[in-house]
Design a protein around this ligand. Structure first.
Ligand code: ADP
Ligand code: MG
Length: 679
């Protein structure tokens, strides 16, 4: 049985088992599924193809007797000349004096090491007398911990394989194995651990990539089906005519994309299933209007709504814009954040409970236990990737199974959307309201600050306002970055007597923040120096310029998000990235920012350059961990697996036939079939 403890493997004792346990390797199966994270490539190469300082393995004939020199107390250097192809090179081996007596003139040797092209020397890391062993072209490298070594792990896996190899069973339905010509599990596993050649390795990997994605998607798709069909959702029977009146009252007509997503959302709300939908749309694409329409619709059916955002500033802004849209329809909106305290808070909570408040807007304070609605029908969260997976769950559990809509302005690359949010339906606003001017973005080196200040002055003279963004609040010894407080004092001095410069950062009290923000939106502050707290949602259309200090410190998606604070009116807007990136990737990132305003494109790039963990922030990401597969590079397989899993879950045969028993058991053990939600 593969589920036996690894101590059942002959040759693995208690001590080894304890070490392996530290890496969560407890059973034989765990050990067999501890795959290498890379391979050492010992294929023979022609030195002609090898660049300076690259690692290489060559075969050659010994051309000179090795000479040995001792130096220091225990150090030695062995030098020999080797004829490898057309190259007569020098091989240098450190601290292996015993090799001298093993090597004789005209022997064939296989050496691996770093190639110094200029001096034609290989500094040897491995020398083997004799021809290259083709069976060892690829050597697996494993993650290790504590006392364990890569060699040790190889040995343990070898032991496990010879004893248990025959028990490795197929885990994928035969239809997919055939359709994609996938290798069977046992063979593929063997090849991953004991590679026989590049092509085999590729095929073995392909099989496990599909397997990992398929199992993951099966879970997500099952969850989605169960959430949809078995949830005690509510059908929200909104009053169409009233809703039309509201939409007509908006100061603009909806874009086609807005209309489409509104219809998708309304269909979910009307259905007896519980909505679990993600709404994606670039900054400024008009998600707030869509949210207002959905909340209005719920209200016409007699339900309360909640709008949840990650920061107080944003909550206040949303509260204002909702109020301005909804008040004339006699809909009562209220703001609840952690700074609403005492009597006022008690009043709001009571009125909410009694159903006098129609729409509650606030921060995560909304999901605290004490907040009780009367008949909550719809919950909307904005900028939701900032909420953790668990907060998403708590939210869904509030009230009488309300419909839930998650909005995000960070365009999430398709690959991530279908993994992290694989259990959700997705709506996309892929169109900007007409007449929006693209923000012109420039990259400037810090020594061009004078010109940037001149540029700022021009905008200010024209009556516009400017954001200046800094990565940190205060000076830090560790990071050589401009900080908001310093920059604020420099700019205050520079613009003294002409323009007001405000300061905004996360350590201000809520009231202070509110004052600064409202001063800025009323144009009594013209220049706002701020940390990234203004990142989300803040809307001051008269601000037409943003200067971002140390822009290389931010991710592309975040820069784009920040940049979205300007370009919200009808004037041309500008974004200046002050940055002096040292690396090529850093330069590349700045360049991309100046070249495109397409948030989806940027987020794909960001994902590519930084990897999925960094994209969301590792801790709260809820990203699944795959052993073999890579979400970015294998995304085609991910999409295929998703479609296959979705179809299979919807089919009748899946729930009946024996062939799928293994998969059903898997869903059961993953807690999906009990209707439990996943972490
Ligand atoms: P998002 O929340 O997606 O970043 P907002 O909903 O804040 O975008 O919309 C940005 C601005 O565009 C707001 O001033 C809003 O009034 C306006 N707007 C929204 N939809 C339209 C539309 N269809 N036509 C014109 N302007 C729109
Ligand atoms: Mg918004």
């Amino acid at each position: 049985m593969l589920n036996e403890s690894i101590t059942a493997v002959k040759g693995i004792g208690e001590e080894t088992a304890a070490s392996l346990a530290e890496m969560n390797i407890l059973t034989v199966r765990d050990l067999l599924e501890h795959f290498p994270f890379r391979y050492e490539d010992y294929r023979l190469k022609d030195l002609e193809e090898i660049k300076h300082e690259e690692r290489v393995t060559v075969e050659g004939k010994v051309h000179s007797e090795p000479s040995l020199v001792y130096y220091g107390r225990k150090r030695s250097r062995l030098t020999l000349r080797v004829l490898a192809g057309r190259y007569l090179i020098q091989a240098v081996v450190f601290n292996q004096p015993y090799l001298k007596n093993k090597i004789t003139l005209n022997d064939t040797v296989t050496i691996t090491g770093k190639w110094d092209q200029h001096r034609q020397i290989i500094t040897v890391s491995q020398l083997h007398v004799g021809e290259a062993n083709r069976a060892h072209d690829f050597e697996p490298v494993y993650a290790v911990k504590g006392k364990l070594t890569v060699k040790g792990i190889r040995r343990f896996i070898n032991l496990a394989f010879s004893q248990y190899g025959d028990q490795i069973e197929e885990t994928l339905p035969v239809e997919y194995l055939q359709a994609y010509r996938l290798m069977n599990r046992k063979d593929a596993m063997k090849i991953l651990h004991f590679p026989t050649g590049p092509n085999d390795l590729k095929q073995a990997r392909r099989r496990f990539v599909y397997e990992e994605f398929f199992y993951f998607q099966l879970k997500m798709q099952a969850l989605r089906k169960i959430e949809r069909e078995n949830s005690r959702g509510i059908g929200i029977h909104y009053v169409l005519q009233e809703l039309m009146n509201f939409i007509d009252s908006l100061p603009f007509s909806l874009t086609d994309a807005q209309k489409r997503v509104v219809n998708e959302i309304l269909a979910d709300m009307k259905s007896p299933y519980r909505m679990n939908r993600l709404l994606q749309g670039d900054v400024g694409s008009g998600k707030t209007a869509v949210a207002a329409i959905a909340l209005f619709a719920a209200r016409t059916a007699g339900y309360q709504g909640a709008l949840m955002v990650p920061t107080e500033i944003l909550a206040e802004q949303h509260a204002q814009s909702m109020e301005s849209m909804l008040a004339s329809f006699n809909i009562r909106t209220e703001l609840l954040t952690s700074s609403v305290k005492g009597k006022r808070r008690r009043e709001i909570l009571q009125q909410l409970h009694e159903g006098e408040i129609d729409i509650l807007i606030g921060t995560h304070a909304l999901i605290q236990e004490e907040v009780e609605f009367n008949h909550l029908g719809l919950v909307i969260t904005d900028e939701q990737h900032r909420f953790g997976v668990n907060q998403r769950r708590v939210l869904r559990q509030k009230g009488e199974s309300p419909d839930v809509l998650f909005m995000t302005a960070t365009p999430i690359p398709r690959t991530l959307a279908i993994t992290v949010f694989g259990e959700m339906d997705v709506s996309i606003i892929d169109e900007m309201p007409a007449g929006r001017k693209a923000i012109e973005t420039y990259w400037a080196k810090p020594d061009m600050l004078d010109r940037v200040l001149g540029f700022m002055e021009k905008e200010l003279v024209a009556g516009q306002q400017v954001y200046v963004i800094c990565p940190l609040i205060e000076e830090s010894d560790k990071l050589d970055v401009q900080n908001a407080i310093d920059v604020h004092s420099i700019l205050s001095h520079h613009f003294a007597g002409r323009y007001h410069v405000g300061l905004m950062h996360g350590r201000l009290h809520a009231e202070e923040k509110e004052t600064v923000m409202s001063d800025f939106s009323q144009n009594s502050i013209q220049v706002l120096v701020s940390t990234t707290v203004v990142e989300v949602g803040v809307n001051v259309p008269n601000a037409t310029m943003m200067v971002i200090y140390d822009a290389e410190r931010f991710g592309l998606a975040q820069l784009h998000q920040l940049r979205g604070r300007v370009g919200r009116g009808d004037k041309q807007s500008y974004c200046i990235l002050l940055a002096d990136p040292k690396s090529e990737v850093g330069k590349e990132r700045m360049k991309i920012m100046t070249e495109t305003n397409d948030g989806f494109l940027l987020s794909e790039k960001d994902l590519e350059l930084r990897g999925p963990g960094d994209f969301f922030g590792r801790k709260q990401s809820g990203l699944p961990e795959f052993k073999v597969a890579d979400m970015v590079h294998d995304y085609r397989a991910l999409e295929t697996a998703r479609n296959d899993a979705a179809q299979l879950i919807q089919s009748e045969k899946f729930w009946k036939e024996d062939e799928y028993l293994l998969l059903r058991n898997y869903l059961q053990s993953a807690g999906v079939l009990e209707g439990e939600k996943l972490d």
